[in-house]
Ligand binder design. Structure first.
Ligand code: HEM
Length: 173
């Protein structure tokens, strides 16, 4: 991964992004942070409705129709802004324990959210009993906590040394 990061750093695109770094990185990171707020706010509204703790004046279908698209589009936004930050600083991101752990959590979280937000509207009757089950409610809580972990890992990318020898950033190449 280190040699790939070195190769990417030498590309003209990476160089161009770094030349524009003074506004590009803070601009893209700001959009990334707005994306976090949209994802967490929308996931919270859906989770509170599934658990029956809020929004019970709406059906679950109305709630997922309203907030589901925001989750999916904001995840796409995170991917695009994330890729721009990776191209700008390849070694900082790709040679990083927090980054790769975060990407594993993003893959699991996106899959769990995607299965529900795409599957439920399509097969509402089939999901009717499941969404009332204790297992499903636990999965909703697990998914939300997973995204909270993604936020912490995203912030720890800049402090990867805290993982000691687990962090490739502390290894001499
Ligand atoms: C979808 C794929 C994603 C990619 C490729 C990605 C990539 C990145 C990258 C490269 C950084 C910059 C880290 C740095 O240089 O300090 C970052 C920061 C961060 N990301 Fe993501 N990210 C993604 C999704 C998410 C999601 C879903 C969340 C939370 C819901 C998230 C939360 C954060 C946070 C909290 C930071 C630190 C922001 C800061 O300190 O300014 N990311 N992400």
């Amino acid at each position: 991964m280190n040699s790939f990061a070195q190769w990417l750093t030498k590309t003209s695109l990476s160089h161009t992004f770094r030349v524009q770094e003074s506004w590009l990185v803070p601009g893209v990171q700001s959009i990334h942070i707005i994306g976090i707020a949209v994802i967490m706010g929308s996931l919270l509204m859906i989770a509170l409705r599934v658990l029956g703790w809020a929004g019970t004046d709406q059906t679950l279908r109305q709630t997922t129709d309203r907030f589901g698209p925001w989750v999916m589009w904001a995840l796409a936004l995170q991917l695009v802004t994330g890729i721009v930050m990776i191209i700008t600083e390849p070694a900082r991101e790709l040679v990083n324990f927090s980054f790769w752990t975060k990407m594993v959590f993003v893959a699991i979280g996106t899959t769990l959210a995607g299965i529900f937000l795409i599957g439920f509207p399509k097969h509402e009757q089939r999901w009717e009993a499941l969404v009332k089950s204790r297992t499903f409610k636990s999965m909703v809580i697990v998914t939300f906590v997973l995204f909270l972990c993604i936020i912490v890992l995203g912030r720890l990318i800049a402090y990867d040394h805290i993982w000691g020898s687990w962090s490739p950033a502390t290894q001499e190449y």
